[in-house]
Unconditional design. Structure first.
Length: 95
């Protein structure tokens, strides 16, 4: 399982590769640039819903790992991800 810092690192990397500024990401999310900057600097934790929005904008793929021996790579919609996240044995990873 990735740490929160590793997930944020993947988000920064993906944003940079796509050529998006923090200001552009903030606009796409409907938040202030300062708020987005606080997310990337780990001063504000992402909610699951906001994480999914960010991941969708950046084209990140989710990996749902139900147990360590049997990982299922699934590209999911927001509703399905939320549903699976709520199961007690599911871990969320970003690839």
């Amino acid at each position: 399982m990735k740490t929160y810092s590793e997930v944020i690192g993947k988000i920064k990397e993906a944003r940079s590769k796509l050529g998006f500024s923090q200001e552009e990401m903030a606009k796409k999310l409907g938040i202030h640039t300062i708020a987005y900057n606080r997310i990337e600097n780990e001063k504000t934790k992402l909610s699951l819903e906001r994480f999914i929005e960010v991941a969708e904008i950046l084209g990140l793929t989710f990996v749902l790992e139900e147990d360590f021996e049997d990982a299922k790579h699934v590209k999911m919609t927001k509703d399905r991800m939320l549903e699976n996240y709520k199961t007690e044995n599911a871990d969320l990873k970003v690839q």
